[in-house]
Design a protein around this ligand. Structure first.
Ligand code: TZP
Ligand code: MG
Length: 212
């Protein structure tokens, strides 16, 4: 699937650790139905309720749902899993498998996203060919990632946007009230976990993302 910056507008990131046990598939299906523009499979850590075998099976299932909906299925961090399920994309952090290695391994067949949370990381990434977008944050404190980088706020986001021609998706503690400020800061969209995963109005929050 060819990358388009519009895919970053309403980007849902989720794993079994982010939802009540047994509801992962249902919540992702609801988000897809509501119109998310990308899904990132990020099932990891001690709070994941899936075994490696169940994780791969779930990835395969959700991969199929995204294909039916015509949205990219992007795997966080795990190149092996991404290859196994023929994912549309891979997203890596600064401390994950080296970005150059990921681009060399799957860059010709997958969308490649890289987390960049400060100027130094953006400037270093700019000189590496084959990266499609950057994920930048956290905009606010987040309860969804234990080892999150320092908060950058909207000023930090604006600065990172100014340093690159590549599209940026904002992440970290984003709520409905932030969505228009994310776009005003020059980002292509918002990537969220809890705003969707913990919502009792998934249709409503996804609509707000699409309209921001
Ligand atoms: N990377 C930076 S912050 C974050 C990730 C994966 C967590 C975002 O989750 P939430 O619930 O939208 O703050
Ligand atoms: Mg990572």
């Amino acid at each position: 699937m060819k990358f388009k910056p519009e895919m970053l507008k309403a980007y849902f990131v989720c794993g079994s650790q982010d939802v009540p046990e047994g509801l992962f598939e249902t919540i992702v299906e609801q988000a897809i139905k509501a119109g998310i523009t990308a899904f990132q499979f990020r099932d990891k850590g001690n709070a994941s309720t899936l075994s490696p075998i169940d994780r791969a099976a779930m990835a395969m299932k959700l991969r199929g749902r995204c294909a039916e909906a015509g949205i990219p299925f992007i795997v966080d961090d795990n190149v092996e899993l991404a290859k196994q399920v023929n994912a549309d994309g891979i997203h890596v952090g600064q401390s994950d498998e080296k970005i150059q290695q990921v681009v060399a391994e799957v860059g010709d067949q997958m969308i490649v996203g890289l987390s960049c949370s400060n100027a130094k990381e953006v400037e270093a990434a700019n000189s590496i060919d084959g990266i499609d977008y950057y994920g930048s944050g956290p905009i606010h404190p987040t309860g969804s990632k234990a080892d999150a980088d320092p908060v950058i706020g909207f000023d930090g986001l604006k600065q990172l946007v100014s340093l690159t021609d590549r599209p940026i998706v904002a992440i970290g503690g984003i709520t409905v009230d932030d969505l228009s400020n994310v776009i005003k800061a020059g980002a292509s969209g918002s990537a969220v976990i809890s705003m969707i995963a913990q919502s009792d109005d998934i249709d409503g929050v996804v609509k707000a993302m699409l309209e921001a």
